[in-house]
Design a protein around this ligand. Structure first.
Ligand SMILES: Cc1cc2nc3c(=O)[nH]c(=O)nc-3n(C[C@H](O)[C@H](O)[C@H](O)COP(=O)(O)O)c2cc1C
Ligand code: SF4
Length: 460
């Protein structure tokens, strides 16, 4: 592993040389025409190969409906011209919200979701033309050990105890793990949320199984007893049951997607996709079996992610220049982190065959994203180039690339982790640097409230 380094490239050739020097498997293509090719997802076709990755703003209304900040985010994403818009985490039950302002879709607020979705579609048509139809997917989630449905203290719901993660959220050894009976109720609740999403006009839902929230933790619940723990069949049971319930309730044509962790970077017996003796080594056996299962069950869109953004190795999920507070500088170069993420996507796309996979972890590459994306699309490593932080920093990047202007370096995300810091500080998040009129004040407020909490002061 090479020393961590900040982004410092003014020419593609410099970036290419550095990637080669480091021995990474990164490729760049100057023919980027493939980015504008349509992609089939289930029975639909997206107008191009860009995707907005789910980016939570922690800023919905109390009832879970989209606030004006949420609506603004999706109008901006719409106008950015991506062919696929993967909406952020949206809770299926109140106790599974990651924060009191996480979105939550219910029969009572379908209308507000429908309005927000229409605004996003209209914004796209206004700039991309009246026939432009992006595919919109809503990510359904239960936050499990990271649930904080009210107030400032978490109310974890855990699939198994974990000596590395429990102390970080104050979980005591005698706290019971979530019961099988509770988990048995979830497929019906995911199905109801999916029907609400369908009624709101979404093209599909994602049954989220990444980043160590409940479904992701279950994939690694080796120490859990009973029908949801231990062997692979049991650890994937809830995910499978949710897919089946959603399919039955929402019909054949509704897209079921899955964003899942392919690699937790977490020791056995607590991490998924990791070698039993060295958790930094990837063991592809179960991730491949998972993808085969998902495709067999009729999932028609996949996105592989990895790592645990709440733990000490966030570079596995999102390579960065500067970490959020309290996170050590990684023992690897961001290009190595990106190369690992791309290799995962390549393997998942190969395993998934015709089912499209959305690649991720591109943002650190800034204005060179299109060249890496085009190379990955061209060699079959993925079907979509997914953008996370780039989408909130520079929502118009896909439009600029598709129109031939290219990405403006001055608008790119600088991977400063301030958007993550706001989340950790329990504020409303967005790009503090490139959307500073709105998010710099919100960053400052969240920071000072977090500091006051640390000192034990009361925060209004
Ligand atoms: C502020 C923030 C919010 C995020 N919200 C979500 C989310 O709701 N669901 C999800 O699956 N991933 C979420 N992610 C992860 C991103 O979708 C993405 O996987 C990650 O940032 C790496 O891609 P990038 O390099 O393009 O940013 C979030 C990341 C950040 C920084
Ligand atoms: S705050 Fe903006 S520039 Fe910083 S990492 Fe987040 S999206 Fe990128």
């Amino acid at each position: 592993m090479a020393k961590h380094e900040k982004f410092n490239f003014t020419e593609l050739s410099q970036l290419r040389s550095r990637a080669e020097e480091l021995g990474t498997d990164l490729h760049f293509s100057e023919d980027i025409s493939i980015l504008s090719k349509p992609v089939k997802v289930g029975k639909l076709t997206t107008p191009n190969a860009f995707a907005v990755l789910p980016m939570e703003g922690c800023d919905s209304n109390e009832d879970g409906s989209p606030s004006e900040l949420v609506r603004r985010r999706y109008r901006r994403f719409g106008a950015g011209g991506s062919g696929l818009i993967w909406w952020e985490a949206c809770a299926v039950v109140p106790e599974g919200r990651a924060n009191p302002r996480q979105m939550m879709i219910t029969k009572e607020n379908v209308k507000e979701f429908a309005e927000a979705l229409k605004e996003s579609r209209d914004a796209a048509k206004e700039v991309m033309g009246k026939d432009f139809e992006a595919v919109h997917i809503l990510q359904l989630t239960h936050s499990g050990r990271y649930s904080r449905p009210s107030g400032t203290k978490g109310k974890p719901i855990i699939a198994q105890h974990d000596p590395y993660l429990d102390p970080r959220v104050g979980i005591q050894q005698d706290m019971p793990v979530v019961s099988d009976e509770y988990l048995d109720t979830l497929p019906q609740l995911y199905a109801e949320a999916a029907v609400c999403a369908k009624n709101a006009g979404f093209d599909g839902v994602d049954i989220k199984a990444c980043h160590r929230y409940l479904m992701s933790e279950l994939l690694a619940a080796f120490t859990r007893s009973g029908k949801y723990g231990g062997n692979f069949e049991n650890r994937t049971r809830l995910l499978r049951d949710c897919i089946r319930a959603v399919r039955k309730a929402a019909g054949e044509d509704f897209i079921i997607a899955c964003r899942f962790n392919v690699f937790d970077a977490h020791p056995y017996p607590y991490g998924f996709g990791c070698d039993k003796n060295d958790f930094w080594k990837f063991d592809s056996t179960e991730p491949r079996a998972l993808v085969e299962m998902l495709c067999r069950e009729g999932v028609s869109l996949l996105s592989n992610s990895a790592g645990n953004p709440y733990y000490i190795y966030p570079q596995v999920t999102r390579p960065f220049d500067t970490s959020s507070m309290g996170i050590p500088v990684p023992d690897e170069h961001p290009l190595e982190s990106i190369s690992r993420a791309f290799a995962f996507t390549r393997l998942i796309q190969k395993t998934a065959g015709e089912v499209p996979v959305v690649g991720n972890a591109y943002t650190w590459l800034r204005q060179y994203i299109p060249y890496a994306g085009a190379a990955n699309l061209a060699d079959g490593s993925c079907r979509f180039v997914g953008l996370g932080r780039s989408s909130i920093a520079y929502p118009d990047a896909p439009r600029d690339v598709l129109s031939g202007r290219g990405m403006d370096p001055k608008k790119c995300c600088i991977t400063c982790s301030k958007c993550t810091q706001i989340m950790r500080d329990q504020g409303r998040t967005g790009c503090v640097v490139r959307d500073s009129d709105i998010y710099l004040p919100l960053y400052r407020t969240a920071r000072s409230e977090a500091e006051a909490r640390e000192k034990g002061e009361t925060v209004k």
